[in-house]
Write a new protein. Sequence first.
Length: 355
Amino acid sequence: MSTTQTNKIEIIKAATSKINEVDFENLSFGSIFTDHLFECDFKNGEWQKPVIKPYAPFLLDPSSRVFHYGQAIFEGMKAYKDEDDAIWLFRPDENYKRFNKSAVRMAMQEVPEDIFMNGLKELLKLDEAWIKRGKGNSMYIRPFMIATGTGVIANPSDNYKFMIILSPVSAYYAGEVKVLIAEHYSRAANGGIGAAKAAGNYAAQFYPTSLANKQGFQQVIWTDDATHTKLEEAGTMNVFFRINDTLFTAPVSERILDGVTRKTLIDLAKSEGINVDVRPVLVSELVEASKNGTLKEIFGAGTAAVVSPISGFSYQDVYHELPNNEDSMALKLKDKLTNIQNKIAEDTFGWTVKV
């Protein structure tokens, strides 16, 4: 190992790289990680010296608050490499702002921008060989923070560990996605933590999703907690509905995550002259549109898959198949977005940031 100092970050390089052991043609999403990680601790009332070091397990006290009171947040981002081997991030400022918004809601310490951004960029530079060129290839970035303060008293932690890990990914294809509209379970509630990327939000989805899986559905479209009449998110993604030639999506709220891909698709659609209606969408509207033939598409939107078309939905034991569209808005918008992310098309919006 060798140790250097860059932008006040201590860098400890791995003695050897794992990269030659990786089959980049057959990557399973989020299961392979690069040689290094970024780490910075908050303790004694201040952020400590950040470090980039070899990826490896680490020890935590059994009484760490993350285990007992669930103070844990994360983000999902991607980096891309263009044909000139330059590395680009996509709207990292949005992820940074949302990360600290989550931290505030979970009574955790906010991360300074220089620690977040400089750590991310230096880590990408160090492991840049893991980022492969070509549309569909990218580096999935997982910044996260956990409570490391000790003791089982039910108070917020006073110590935290902020980390960034990297996972190379290729084109994400989930196959045919059929969804079940939730009639009992909810993803989040008013006054809760649905708008934060808190780890517990995702754990709470696993059980109802597993019930849907047993019925032959891949995901759940969540409805509002009070009436179960409003359509909110699909699985872990924001969701869009195309009725005739208008795209509908629910407004962000305490229950609905302010997705970066969501807001990007809205802006892209508007720039293409597509009518976008951001308002609560009722289950009854969706069922009626399916019956009268005006429902053309449903698709999820998120960092991992970018856009995930849905082939059909079930509600009250009635399955509604969606038509096959040659003029799919979902695929058109996905293509435009990924072209910008991969620097194939001009970024007229100023979304891409060079590392």
